[in-house]
Design a protein around this ligand. Structure first.
Ligand SMILES: Cc1ncc(COP(=O)(O)O)c(C=O)c1O
Length: 428
């Protein structure tokens, strides 16, 4: 699609650029300092979980299902927390492990374990000449970092409106045994906000893979992070995988980082019975037991998934106006200009924004000059390399609505000026 600037005559385009440059100079003079890069809740949003901190006083009962949470033991997690983890991940409680605060940490431990020791019966990945990993993009930069850190080659696969491009995924995994795994954020994906369709979930769980030790990191970080009363529904990947005899393929994780306290929640792992035993045996080497008191206060605060959903409705009150603000400001500023497309998520933490080809890095730099920090352009692609340099991740949760409005106006202005400059460069 052509941008409005590509359709202008040379004189009109020059005038538009001068006008936009004047506006940029004006904004720079205002000395703004705004941040739309942080994918974390605002301080007031975090505060809604504070009542949880009152649950465990010095006279509280510190047992759960007969387990003494104040002492070592019960490595896999306390019974109530495993029940909740099972509800969360769609597996029986016995197929879960509840650990410390971070799901990213669990993902790293499991991938490093396979790297060093291998999936049982298969060659350790570090001994192989080539190890590749599929990375739906735009995606989550910290996922890409986990594999990149080990020297695994990240292979981008384009995200579509129904999840990763499954024709491409199936073609790659069927033909290349060096592809050992894939990252998936199946609900309200980071950053597109897409929830994988039933068909995508089924194909991922049942597809033929050349590598017998192929694994999917099923990172359901935004499983309950709905804005409205009609949550998008994600199919249970384990049901499809079990039926196809592929239950070992799925490594599901989630955490309460964006439910209670980021960095101080509880994290869940769920997989086949064999994987859970194997992963537990490995992790036990370096951990006697996780923080069970934190598990206890979490399950007393939110015993069931329904209680979690009720708590999430309070979070939504903070997020809805911020996401509505993004939609409104972008539509007012860029709607009908042909300069941008963006996603309209019903949950999660991000909006994925695409400008004209070759614009994202320049837009990021220009916004920084005007005092607005964005997630670095390229971060949503493996190695920081967005092949078309279009994508910017917008993180609206942390700033106030007023700050967001100002930051989005700056983004709109930057996108307009860069689009106009690109149209002029094209003609030169
Ligand atoms: C998709 C995804 N997974 C995992 C995490 C981090 O989770 P945790 O705090 O449990 O390590 C995030 C945080 O932004 C995320 O977006």
């Amino acid at each position: 699609m052509q941008t409005i600037y590509q359709k202008m005559g040379p004189a009109e385009l020059d005038a538009a650029i001068s006008d936009l440059e004047a506006q940029v100079a004006e904004v720079k003079a205002r000395g703004l300092a705004l941040d739309m890069a942080r994918g974390k809740p605002s301080p007031a949003q975090v505060d809604i979980s504070r009542p949880m901190l009152d649950i465990l006083g010095s006279d509280a009962d510190l047992t759960d299902g007969g387990v003494d949470c104040s002492n070592y033991g019960c490595f896999e997690g306390i019974p109530s927390a495993r029940r909740l983890a099972g509800e969360f991940l769609g597996v029986p409680a016995e197929q879960t492990i509840v650990l410390g605060a971070s799901s990213l940490n669990i993902m790293q431990s499991v991938i490093v374990h396979y790297w060093e020791k291998g999936v049982p019966g298969c060659t350790p990945w570090h001994k192989l000449e080539d190890v590749k990993w599929l990375c739906p993009a735009p995606g989550y930069d910290r996922h890409f970092g986990l594999t990149q850190d080990l020297g695994i080659e990240n292979v981008p696969v384009r995200m579509t409106e129904t999840g990763p491009d499954m024709d491409e995924v199936e073609r790659l995994v069927a033909s290349d045994p060096s592809i050992k795994g894939m990252f998936c954020v199946p609900k309200y994906s980071n950053p597109t906000g897409v929830t994988y369709s039933d068909e995508t979930v089924r194909r991922l769980a049942t597809m033929e893979c050349a590598a017998p030790d192929f694994r999917i990191v099923w990172d359901n970080a935004y499983a309950v992070h709905d804005f409205g009363d009609e949550p998008e529904v994600l199919a249970n990947v384990f049901d499809y995988a079990r039926e196809a005899g592929n239950e070992d393929r799925i490594l599901a994780v989630a955490s309460t980082s964006k439910i209670t306290f980021p960095g101080a929640g509880i994290a869940f792992f769920g997989s086949s019975p064999a994987n859970v035993t194997e992963v537990a045996n490995t992790l036990k080497v370096g951990l006697i037991s996780a923080n069970k008191l934190n598990q206890l206060q979490h399950v007393r605060f939110m015993p069931t998934l329904d209680d979690v959903r009720a708590h999430m409705r309070k979070h939504a009150e903070f997020l809805r106006p911020r996401f509505a603000c993004v939609e409104r400001r972008l539509e007012e500023g860029l709607g009908g200009t042909g300069c941008a497309t963006w996603t309209h998520p019903n949950g999660g933490y991000f909006v994925s924004f695409d400008g004209p080809e070759g614009s994202a890095k320049r837009v990021g730099a220009l916004c920084a000059e005007m005092g607005v920090k964005l997630t670095p352009a390229g971060a949503t692609w493996p190695g920081g390399k967005d092949p078309r340099d279009t994508n910017i991740r917008i993180a609206p949760s942390y700033p106030s609505v007023e700050e967001l409005e100002a930051a989005l106006d700056v983004l709109v202005l930057a996108v307009k000026l860069v689009s106009a400059q690109l149209a002029r460069d094209e003609r030169a």
